[in-house]
Write a protein that binds this ligand. Sequence first.
Ligand code: AHR
Length: 347
Amino acid sequence: MKKLICLVLVMLLTFSLVACTTEDPAATTTKAAATTAKAEDTTAAPTEPGNELITVGFAQCKADESDWRKANTASMQDAFSEANGFSFTMADSNNDAAKQVADVQGFIDQEVDYIIIAAVNMDGWDTVLGNAKDAGIPVILMDRTINASPDLYVCWVGGGFYNEGVKATDWISTRFTADEEVGIVNLQGQLGASAQVGRSGALDDALAANSNWSLVARQTGEWSTDTAKEIMTSWIQQYGDDIDVVYAENDNMADGAIQALEEAGMKVGGDDGVAIISFDANRAYLQMTLEGKINCNVECNPQLGPKAAEIVMLLEEGGTPAKEESIDETAFYYDTITQEIIDARLY
Ligand code: AHR
């Protein structure tokens, strides 16, 4: 509830700021102005004529693929609520890239005002985004990037996945000296997702730059705790003590790996256990970082709803958003994190 109030305040604030910068008062009588009036006037019936909602189609990759994705889905649903002046439809592709493209075509056929996409895969977007462009429907990329001509979408907002990976590999460099052999196993995200491509890419570059590092094994854990646990259990049987680092591309997979290591009686985390790298930094996993089970947890912020809504409002006002907007992200370490830091987190 508190988050929602903040959000409405941010949106109203953003809105009033934009409204007062527009020269031509007539320009403000768009849906956005109606939305502001609606948000301020709580007595107004939801969809009175002249108060029509802004229709938004959201193509989510898999709404419950991870704790991060659940927080992201909630952030979008909160920001694009009817109370905020939106008619919001989410299509869940269940991580099926072909279905997601069909979902987006469906939104085009429904003639929504805006389309927002969290892409399952970086490829395969040119045709359908061309259709959206022909239909005059602005497309916003949220969280995940794609391999398509930039003129086919308005902008992207999200985390810097490659830079997140660099934060993680920098930590490995601080943990091991240059003359120590370092065996790394990599639990990858869904293959082809820009989050996976960026984080795996950073690891590949660091492996190339550090001759004492070796990639013992690598496989996609589909962002899932259970899948990661299964894979880690078989890696422990195959490689045992050759494993010095687990590079898990999200919190859920890190958790799965930790469960497998503990069940095998192997020391996890801390100063001298198998080092655990994770990404997302959801609260529950920051708790595991404080406990020393996760050594380095790189933040990826799921709360992209308010930013995406702000961009829609700016477009409604005839404004131009930045083509790329990277959300600030940090990293947390088992030997410096505190309970106060965790308690201050929003997710
Ligand atoms: O795109 C961000 C990634 O998607 C998160 O790191 C992962 O947890 C999510 O499912």
